[in-house]
Design a protein around this ligand. Structure first.
Ligand SMILES: *Cc1c(COP(=O)(O)O)cnc(C)c1O
Length: 460
């Protein structure tokens, strides 16, 4: 299996290389040259299997020669062993045709653990085998950073630096990043917003001297291996509701477009998905883009669903690449427009392709809070603000096909918003009850590329 860049001008790589590289050298994102498909019978045969077994069957066709079957099965087993629910991604029924996919039973209580725990195992395995050591730098609006810290702390082949926007992550998120004591993981509090952090990471990848000198690798949601790991729960949940015999729809709280793009891959692999609904908070660039055909960034408005406070949605580039019929130079042109003018206009053909694939909606702050309150009162479910954005938007798309809304984080990760909307202060699960007592290690840094690079060089 070979991987190509969405901008068409970077080396073609294997799965292992694409995973270890992250961002392509032409600034693009890696995608497999073809999407393997599963037959009706292959999907039907997943009924009743464990999450790990389904994960193996979904991901194996993408990994090429990187692992033997035995090695890969072993890495998957280790990745999900620390989850707090035997089903890994259990489904809860909210209403006759509306289901919640709980993706928050991992070690940091958000869906990012699904990909990050696996990527930690895969990186360590591949790097040790090659006798290499890398520096991973990632930007986070909160959950990626904590998931990465948890997945990489104490590993031998990796130094990890996480850039988060100072003062813009929840206290639980911050503590999950600043309390691990292992010397190979570092939390940097950057002056700026998430896009400042993500911009700095992208610039570091485009600074080839720096990139070589620290052996830079990325685990942001641009990393193909992360997208791949997220394809699995689309299958596991759909199969438990009767796929492939009956189609399902999904609503996905979205920021960087990674999670919903994984749903798109699941559909291309043959999973009968009727609707894929993009749910945004008030930072609604994706919803606006699908409505208007113009992708135009605005200032980020901090919200109670901070993990979706994004205006530059990196993985959208992957969807764009398919919408432009795999024409990397067309994508490169659009991304260049974005860089120089802050916007780009999608061609008629490409936008109608995207509209066929994705429906969308947004939830304002008031609508998000109201959804949290309503779901406690009427459905007995305590939803985190991101998941509440999802259920709010999903309600406009309910029909005869079962709708699965992704619950992307545990409510205890956002106690202030929960308290305000419901009066309930959700307790942390027992295994992290002492989070508020652990000492923090924080490095504050200006939102400036050179300053960040200096700190990284000093620490590795
Ligand atoms: C990261 C995150 C999202 C957005 O996911 P994307 O893949 O970036 O679209 C939504 N909810 C929570 C809780 C998250 O951590």
């Amino acid at each position: 299996m070979h991987y190509h860049s969405t901008r068409g001008a970077a080396p073609v790589l294997t799965f292992e290389q694409a995973m270890l590289t992250g961002l392509a050298r032409d600034g693009g994102l890696y995608l497999p040259e073809t999407i393997p498909t599963l037959s009706h019978a292959d999907i039907a045969a997943m009924a009743g299997l464990s999450y790990e077994e389904i994960a193996f069957r979904i991901m194996r066709p993408f990994t090429g020669d990187t692992f033997t079957d035995e090695e890969f099965a072993d890495l998957i087993a280790k990745a999900y062993a620390g989850f707090g629910h035997a089903a890994r991604a259990p489904l809860v029924q909210l209403a006759p045709n509306h289901f919640l996919l709980e993706l928050f039973h991992g070690p940091t209580l958000a869906f990012k653990d699904f990909a990050m725990q696996l990527i930690g195992q895969m990186f360590e395995f591949a790097l040790k085998r090659n006798g290499e050591r890398v520096t991973i730098v990632g930007a986070t609006s909160g959950d990626t950073g904590s998931a990465a810290m948890e997945a990489f702390r104490g590993l031998e082949a990796v130094d990890l630096f996480i850039l988060y926007p100072h003062g813009r992550v929840s206290e639980v998120q911050r503590r999950q990043m600043t309390t691990p004591s292992e010397a190979n993981v570092h939390a940097l509090a950057v002056d700026g917003d998430f896009d400042t952090c993500q911009g700095a990471v992208k610039d570091m990848f485009n600074d080839f001297d720096f990139r070589e000198s620290v052996k830079l690798a990325g685990v942001n949601s641009i990393n193909w291996a992360r997208v791949l790991a997220q394809v699995v729960y689309y299958f596991s949940s759909a199969v438990s509701l009767g796929a492939p015999h009956r189609p399902v729809s999904f609503t996905v709280p979205t920021g960087n477009f990674g999670d919903i793009f994984a749903g798109h891959i699941a559909k291309q692999m043959g999973l009968p998905i009727e609707k894929l609904v993009v749910a945004t908070n008030q930072n609604d660039i994706l919803h606006r883009t699908l409505e208007t055909g113009v992708y135009k960034t605005e200032d980020v408005q901090p919200s109670i669903s901070p993990s979706m406070d994004i205006q530059v949605s990196s993985n959208f580039e992957r969807a764009l690449y398919y919408a432009y019929d795999s024409d990397g130079s067309a994508v490169a042109q659009q991304m260049n427009d974005l860089k120089t003018t802050g916007e780009f206009t999608i061609s008629q053909g490409a936008i109608s392709h995207l509209r066929d694939l994705f429906a969308s909606g947004r939830a304002s702050e008031a609508e998000t809070s109201a959804a949290i309150t309503r779901y406690v009162e009427q459905h007995g479910e305590l939803l985190c603000p991101h998941s509440a954005v999802g259920t709010h938007v999903a309600e406009s798309h309910l029909g005869t096909t079962p709708m699965i809304t992704l619950a992307t984080a545990h409510p205890a990760k956002f106690p202030d918003a929960m308290q305000a909307a419901t009066g309930i202060h959700p307790p942390l699960p027992k295994r992290m009850a002492d989070l508020y007592d652990r000492p923090e290690r924080i490095t504050r840094v200006a939102g400036d590329l050179a300053a960040i690079q200096t700190i990284i060089k000093e620490r590795i």
